[in-house]
Design a binder for this molecule. Sequence first.
Ligand code: G3I
Length: 376
Amino acid sequence: MRSVRIALLTLAVVASALAWPAASASPGGPGGPGGRDVDAGRSHRRPQVDQPLRDLTRGTRLRIGTAVDMDALAADATYRDRIATEFNSVTAENVMKWETIEPVRGQLNFGPADELVNFARENGQQVRGHTLLWHNQLPAWLTQGVASGDITPGELRGILRRHVTDVVSHFRGRIYQWDVVNEVIDDNANLRDTLWLQQLGPGYIADVFRWARRADPRVKLYLNDYNVEGINAKSDAYHALAQELLDDRVPVDGMGIQGHLGVQFGFFPAGNVAQNLQRFEDLGLETAVTEADVRMLLPSDGVKLQAQAQGYDTLLQGCLLVRSCTSFTVWGFTDKYSWVPGFFAGEGAANLLDESFAPKPAYQAVQATLALGRPD
Ligand code: G3I
């Protein structure tokens, strides 16, 4: 039944793409309701789509967001202005991670993160929290303390509880979705063998969700990972984990699919992304695309840029086809500031705008699909 619905919705999307511009252009315009003035239609078509992304989500439940590099936000006015203009949701790319929040044991540094929250408030944006628990970007005092045995498992559990409670309490009422645990399942679909699993056992995941809920009764609490965009062994493992946590009455509210794609690897079809998200919705969960980018082997060219546009569009359509998908976040929006070249030698150009903030085909594809609106 669901697949029929998704097929029908896909059809609806295509049908409305064909019908939309004419139908909704100038209902009260020169041609008046029902009477269409082709010129008016044509002249209306361009402005309707060519709007900032956040304006194209107006009146829908979807939030369109970006990760924010706080150094660039402070130093680059164009970067700052485009974030304010294009997005109604922001995620801290790095400054809400443990190594930044508590570089020295017991000394909390919320400064950079508070700057982002204040910027968001000034610009009518919501904030996604990223991330309460991860195996990367942990402070050295913690990893070295565990490695040396100075920090025992019992002490570590107390440290983790205090961290989750302090951070969630600090941002209570100012964050709408938290990535509570990030990347806890590995690419073989097993629980990732991290310091947390080794020291605390698999129960640490449920503990962190419960502590976060206690600290903020209203924020949406998410699982989040990469390579789970479509239906595969890893997303199957997340579906089973979510089911298990919910059976144990653990307060999980959502599943985040990161969406780090590569033109050279191809993409899951939009329908498969939608079916994957739909099965999490069927568990009663929200869903979100949390870190979309589509990298390519450099140099970029016309074909790669078109394929890139298809990659973004596949993720966005998959999200729009499922009612539970509440936010679509890109992991940076301009090639001027991107994590990709530093992590993948010879790759890059992963974002919607180029290094001069000029729109790429991917940006226009996202505009066009957002303009189609939601089929609900
Ligand atoms: O802050 C230091 C700075 O003091 C130092 O001078 C500089 C030079 O080494 O490094 C800076 O730290 C870098 C940090 O980003 C802040 O810019 C780290 O080296 C660098 O490793 C870190 O990279 C981040 C990466 O997570 C860490 O794994 C990326 O910016 C960030 O985009 C990336 O984001 C992750 C998500 O959190 C989870 N999903 C995957 C995604 C991409 O890897």
